[in-house]
Design a protein around this ligand. Structure first.
Ligand SMILES: [Ca+2]
Ligand SMILES: [Ca+2]
Ligand SMILES: [Ca+2]
Ligand SMILES: [Ca+2]
Length: 403
């Protein structure tokens, strides 16, 4: 998993890093580290010469649950990330992280045909509780966390399939409210432990995905909606919502299954990635009150899930995508473009991808939730970071380049 060189560096103080000197081959010190190393290797933008994510999964679940959604969260408060899996035809599951292994420690009593899971401390007692959304009469559920055991404590009828759940404090009162994507999107407000319907979208949207983000920078959370037709953003106006942006697409255009906010151009506002099924994925750049397509993928994967994460730790957000019956991709952010830079070895039914540092070495690893008889997987990132952007990928480059 971690090569000996990385381990050597990890145990020395960060400002006295020793590495092979590319000029003379002797051991020496770099100062400052990031500019010296990256400037010499990476023309212009911080392009990392080696791909940081391993192609073959480092962890594969022993079960083959039909997982529609995975989410990282520290269920037991021991400082490492555990993995929740929302399953379609099986009980939901939590894999607890035990020294780098993920072991199933909880399965739900219910089988809800779950499509989405989200961690959040809904009761403010300091531990993460789990919201789920799925099919059926009681398609939205909250499991309360008691010492790592999750028990269903709240359910709601959401008028149809709930494809997406997302926690966010819509009214700034310090507790988490819950957005749901369904036939009509909803927001449930947290009123002292009870979740009550605060808003229902007036639009029939057939929503696949919802995501909170302060798109206009006014300090409250707005809501993006990924739909089978046009995508919407609802602006938060004093705790209620009004549609303030419409992508304007028709039924024959993007069939969006996943949306994710992220500041891809580092200009301080949130941009929106959309994962489209059988059509190009896209990034809409935030132009202050509007979103405009600035990137479309060359591929037209059956994308089910997109997730932003800085996989190479160079300070910009890269984009992972999971797709049905296709490989997982990572699109590397090269400045004003996203370039497909990594493909998983497996071609699975990856309905969900989620970044998280599962081994606590400072870089983002990638979890994939798979359906159709495929195990869930975690792909390990080998670019452990030591202070400002200094990466093991650079170390590996220098160690092989030195005489
Ligand atoms: Ca809690
Ligand atoms: Ca931006
Ligand atoms: Ca990056
Ligand atoms: Ca890691």
């Amino acid at each position: 998993m971690k090569n000996a060189l990385v381990f050597l560096i990890a145990i020395v103080p960060p400002f006295a890093v020793l590495a092979a000197d590319p000029g003379g081959g002797a051991m020496g010190s770099f100062s400052p580290i990031a500019s010296t190393v990256k400037g010499a290797n990476d023309a212009g933008k911080n392009w990392v010469p080696t791909v940081p994510l391993l192609e073959t999964a480092a962890w594969t679940s022993p079960d083959t649950d039909s997982t529609y959604c995975v989410a990282w969260g520290d269920i037991d408060g021991d400082g490492d990330l555990d993995l929740a899996a929302g399953n379609r035809d099986d009980p939901n599951r939590v894999y607890t992280n035990t020294s780098g292994n993920l072991v199933s420690t909880w399965t739900s009593a219910e089988v809800d045909a779950t499509r989405s899971v989200a961690w959040g401390d809904w009761d403010g007692d300091g531990d993460l509780d789990l919201a789920t959304g799925g099919n059926g009469d009681l398609s939205v559920r909250v499991y309360e966390n008691n010492n790592g055991i999750l028990t269903s404590v709240w359910t709601a009828d959401n008028d149809g399939i709930t494809s997406s759940v997302a926690w966010g404090d819509l009214d700034g009162d310090g507790d988490l409210d819950l957005a749901t994507g369904s036939t009509y999107s909803r927001v449930f407000r947290n009123d002292g432990g009870a979740l009550v319907v605060a808003w229902t979208s007036p639009y029939f949207t057939d929503t696949w995905s919802v995501a909170w983000g302060d798109w206009d920078g006014d300090g409250d959370l707005d809501l993006a909606e990924g739909n089978s037709h046009a995508n919407y953003v609802y602006g938060n106006i004093g705790g209620s919502f009004a549609r303030v942006w419409d992508s304007g697409e028709t039924d024959s255009f993007d069939n969006t299954h996943s949306v994710a906010w992220g500041d891809w151009d580092n200009d301080g506002d949130l941009d929106l990635a959309v994962g489209n099924f059988g059509q190009p994925n896209r990034v809409y750049e935030n132009g202050g009150g509007s979103l405009a397509v600035v990137w479309s993928s060359i591929d037209t994967d059956n994308t089910k899930s997109v997730a932003w994460g800085d996989w190479d730790s160079d300070g910009d957000l890269d984009l992972a995508s999971g797709a049905r019956n296709q490989v997982i991709r990572v699109y590397e952010n090269t400045g004003a473009n996203l370039v497909s830079a990594w493909l998983s070895a497996e071609s699975g039914y990856s309905y969900s991808v989620a970044w998280g540092d599962w081994d606590g070495d400072g870089d983002l690893d990638l979890a994939a939730g798979n359906t159709n008889g495929a195990a869930n997987r975690v792909y390990e990132n080998t670019s452990a970071v030591f202070n400002d952007g200094f990466e093991s990928a650079d170390l590996a480059f220098w160690s092989t380049a030195a005489p």
